[in-house]
Design a binder for this molecule. Structure first.
Ligand SMILES: [Zn+2]
Length: 105
């Protein structure tokens, strides 16, 4: 706190008063806005869809690729949607899977 005060991060308003909001924003710093978050947390999406998208962006969907990474036994290597012998990855599940392509069209 003393370093923060001596480094000039402790700012006063033009009136010479302490501003909790200004101090909080200074502590947070400037970060780039995550544009994907706007797509996920839109009010137009259903909560379950938001949650699935959020898990996908975190690379935490329980697809077979992740199950293998977690050393959880997987019965077969077929995609659960198109039933082809393709490893379930996020790229496959959201873009290259035939079932997804048919649903999107
Ligand atoms: Zn597939």
């Amino acid at each position: 706190m003393q370093i923060w005060y001596s480094s000039g991060a402790y700012l006063l308003t033009p009136e010479g008063k302490y501003s909790l909001t200004q101090s909080y924003n200074t502590l947070l710093g400037k970060h780039a806005r995550l544009r994907v978050a706007d797509l996920i947390w839109t009010r137009f999406a259903q909560p379950k869809h938001r949650f699935i998208l959020w898990l996908a962006m975190q690379d935490r969907l329980l697809i077979k690729e992740r199950l293998k990474r977690l050393n959880i036994p997987v019965e077969d290597d077929t995609c659960c949607l198109c039933e082809k012998s393709v490893e379930e990855t996020h790229i496959h599940m959201f873009s290259t899977c035939e079932w997804i392509v048919r649903v999107q069209t």
